[in-house]
Design a protein around this ligand. Structure first.
Ligand SMILES: [Zn+2]
Ligand SMILES: [Zn+2]
Length: 250
């Protein structure tokens, strides 16, 4: 299984990264976790324009799903004719939300490109992957994902505040892509996002091998995020996410 970080910028794109999007590949099958704004451009550096086989959306905030709209154009109007529909696993209301974002709320336009499947906590199969979805701690219906293949696992937090479910989902994972949207300062909002220290605390409790701090908001000092994380009691490998970074999980 190979993981490529397409976009890791939190809440809005930055100069060096689109919003959230992660590519997982195994047996020639390609699945995206989230498809945030700007991701479709960077994705083409890594796979062909038409090569997406499945998509899982953690939640429907703009920075996690808006490039579904241009990708609908790619699959529906490609010069070679329409392409097969891509299964899209998303929270309740995904179809309506994306049709509205595309400005066609009355007609289910995006159905020409996508097969929408509702998410619920639990396990399901997508191509060669076993995917486990768990509800996270964020103001809208939001899922974290554990993707397993060949005995290895990648876990993605989506957006979340502190969450025992995330610790459970990530138990013993090879890679935890954990959001670290905030700097560790007094008076932070709760049940919304994590800071680097909290991300590292979750990684320590889950005993993961590698922690990748992601959903990095461009107005934050990246070094500060890493420094915050160093105070989270996590002893494994730890790094900041970077658009284009690849992880080969054997
Ligand atoms: Zn977000
Ligand atoms: Zn969000």
């Amino acid at each position: 299984m190979k993981l490529t970080i397409i976009g890791c910028s939190g809440s809005f794109p930055g100069p060096d990264s689109p919003s959230s999007c992660y590519l997982l590949e195994a047996e020639g099958f390609r699945m995206l976790l989230d498809f945030g704004n700007g991701a479709l451009g960077a994705l083409q550096r890594h796979i062909g324009l038409y090569d997406v086989d499945a998509i899982c959306l953690s939640h429907l905030h703009a920075d996690h799903c808006l490039d579904m709209c241009p990708y609908h154009v790619v699959r529906t109007y490609s010069p070679g004719g329409p392409l097969p529909k891509v299964p899209v696993h998303g929270p309740a209301g995904t179809r309506k939300r994306l049709n509205a974002a595309y400005a066609m709320p009355e007609e289910p336009a995006l159905d020409t490109a996508f097969d929408f499947v509702g998410l619920a906590p639990g396990m399901f199969e997508v191509g060669p992957f076993e995917v486990t979805a768990a509800l996270m701690n964020h103001p809208v219906e939001t899922y974290g994902f554990r993707v397993s293949y060949g005995g290895r696992s990648v876990v993605y937090s989506g957006d979340t505040g502190e969450s025992a479910e995330l610790v459970k989902l990530a138990a013993g994972a090879d890679v935890l892509l954990c959001e670290a949207s905030l700097l560790d300062r007094p008076g932070l909002p709760t049940d919304l996002h994590l800071n680097g220290r909290q991300a590292a605390e979750h990684a320590a409790k889950a005993d993961v091998e590698t922690l990748v701090l992601t959903h990095l908001v461009p107005w934050n000092d990246r070094d500060q995020v890493l420094e915050d994380a160093s105070r989270g009691g996590f002893g494994g490998r730890m790094e900041l996410a970077r658009s284009g970074a690849r992880y080969d999980l054997g």
